[in-house]
Design a protein around this ligand. Structure first.
Ligand code: FAD
Length: 405
């Protein structure tokens, strides 16, 4: 039995997976998991998809309460960590409890950004990060009506698709000229613009929001081009900011996220970090990167937990994430610095194909539309550093599995 203490701040996906991995690695000391939300750890992808369309099994947490009791994990929910004292090795909570740690994991994730607009605090204006947000939006969608989504990124578009599937009248306002433009090339933005329009979304590119009007509740949205749209609900989906406040106050290195090395260690060797909040050094990419993805939250947390238990594991993965909108499954592998001059396999415009990005012979990125089985092979090709020719990548009659050999 170890008499060491680990404290994990943030009981989201990364925090939940981390405490699981600590016990799995044989750590027998004290573990405290502190979470600001009232809920046990849960995964967020269904919040914008099945939980809004209403066609899934009900909301599920990752582990139930008995799981934590059996593993002797001290859960502090509805509690926010307010201060880290690195000198004393202590964390203070918002009820003034002080927890001592030998090792600390920061898994604080991110908070949704909102906009400074007239009418932003009217009832009926939402953002989406938590199950409570998702339930509130689901309530609006159930009532049908007119929904304006601000932001044509992954989350905004998933909400728009779910709302259409619920029979709502949906408008999407996107300031840029193409969808998902922060992460993906114009070819993909165009394919998704067509998808949304074909499914009845009123998509307005190059258009922002100027204000929201109504008495107590939203009634209208004024766009940056001066149009006035009747609306029963507005969802702002303009991204997140990593929750780095505690780390900054504690003097840890922070640069678009808590900076960690390939072992998930911060600039203080007793403090680790994992998930959306980190900017981690990825040896495959030879640079720091901050990812907002299910895979990263899970696997980086596991790596961090094992390293806190004394292992020396390098976390080095091909980044991967997915999005589901209407009947299209989008998957992205890798993180090229820029997309351009890509190799097409299948037909992206028909939403059945893959775009490959290469640097020299190396595949640095791939985007698949409705190619989930193929994308598993792509991930393996990239992980194994295979260098198929451009002609083979483009040739849909050659199986990608064959290129693994
Ligand atoms: C609606 C939605 C849909 C998504 N869909 C996909 C998808 O399809 N594919 C994909 O790859 N990824 C998806 N993601 C991204 C994925 O869910 C995130 O990358 C993942 O949840 C990150 O996990 P995390 O534990 O790092 O952070 P979070 O899940 O944000 O958890 C952090 C937790 O820390 C808590 N916290 C913060 N500060 C403190 C503090 N000081 N004290 C105590 N607790 C604190 C927060 O309340 C929160 O509960 C989606 C995300 C959302 C929101």
């Amino acid at each position: 039995m170890s008499n060491e203490s680990f404290v994990v701040i943030g009981a989201g996906q990364a925090g939940g997976r981390a405490v699981e991995a600590m016990r799995a690695a044989g750590f027998s000391g004290h573990i405290t998991l502190v979470g600001a939300e009232p809920h046990l750890p849960y995964e967020r992808p269904p919040l914008s998809k099945e939980l809004l369309t209403g066609d899934s099994t009900p909301f599920q947490v990752m582990f139930d309460e008995s799981w934590f009791i059996e593993r002797d994990i001290d859960l502090r929910l509805s509690r926010r960590a307010t201060e880290i004292d690195r000198r004393l090795g202590q964390v203070r909570l918002d009820d003034d409890t002080v927890l001592s740690y030998d090792r600390l994991l920061l898994a604080t994730g991110g908070s949704v950004l909102t906009l400074d607009l007239p009418g932003i605090s009217l009832a009926g204006v939402h953002t989406l990060r938590t199950i409570d947000d998702s339930r509130a939006i689901a309530g609006c969608l159930e009532r049908g009506g007119r929904i304006t989504v601000v932001g044509g990124g992954f989350i905004g578009l998933e909400i728009a698709a779910s709302a259409r599937q619920r029979g709502c009248t949906v408008t999407v306002l996107e300031y840029a000229d193409h969808l998902m433009g922060r992460a993906l090339p114009v070819e993909i933005g165009t394919a998704f613009a067509n998808l949304h329009r074909e499914n009845g979304v009123d998509l307005r590119l190059g258009t922002g929001i100027a204000g929201i009007e109504g008495g107590n509740h939203v009634e209208r949205v004024v766009t940056s081009s001066g149009d006035v749209l009747d609306a029963d609900a507005v969802v702002i989906g303009v991204g997140i900011a990593p929750d780095t406040e505690l780390a900054i106050a504690a003097g840890l290195a922070v640069d678009n996220g808590i900076v960690v090395d390939a072992f998930c260690r911060t600039s203080d060797p007793a403090i680790y970090a994992a998930g959306d909040v980190t900017s981690h050094f990825n040896p495959r990419l030879e640079r720091h990167i901050r990812l907002e993805s299910w895979q990263n939250a899970q696997n980086q947390a596991i790596a961090a937990a094992r390293n806190m238990c004394g292992r020396d594991e390098i976390f080095s993965e091909v980044p991967w994430f997915w999005s589901d909108q209407f009947d299209v499954n989008l998957q992205v592998c890798g993180a090229p610095l820029a997309w351009g001059d890509m190799i097409e396999r299948g037909n992206i415009a028909a939403r059945d194909g893959i775009l490959f990005q290469r640097e020299g012979e190396t595949i640095t990125g791939a985007i698949g539309l409705n190619r989930s089985r193929d994308m598993r092979m792509v991930k393996r090709l990239m992980t194994m550093d295979k260098t198929p020719s451009a002609a083979d990548l483009a040739n849909d009659s050659i199986g990608l599995r064959d290129l693994l050999r």
